[in-house]
Design a protein around this ligand. Sequence first.
Ligand SMILES: [Zn+2]
Length: 162
Amino acid sequence: MPRMNNRRIMAKHYAQGVIAHLNLLGYHDEQAKLVFFRHYREMKRIFGLEPNVGEFAKLIDEFERAIKREEDNLKNPNYIKVGHLHERLIKLKSKQEKLKSTMTFELTESMLQKIKEWDSCHTTDATEAKFAYIFIPTGLGVIIKVECNICNRVLDLTEAWY
Ligand SMILES: [Zn+2]
């Protein structure tokens, strides 16, 4: 089967050529072989033996560097995987969308207490429409104000944003 032998010899020459180029890229002999065999199958599956040996060596080098970068990043406790970051952004976005679409604003217990302490007017209106509540959504949070319709004073209830 001379054809098969030729193919095998070609593949061997190809491998040797790639390893020689990996040497040129700074991988010493053992390391070059290790790196070559680590990525060879996948590279061959993706690219075939189409690229010339120099290009193939560069692809292997890029692959190796990308994997090393990811490994280094994972060792860093402050590193957020891109996928997690993406999830967080989606969550944050849906929270903002919800706020925009429903426009529900709440006065906390302490806000109601502040209004009570601040208020000094008695309404003569049967509907008791004494206060106007003003909610201004901003990119940072909600500005909350209460305006008294009788004395026209305004109470700022905006809480610290964080
Ligand atoms: Zn008042």
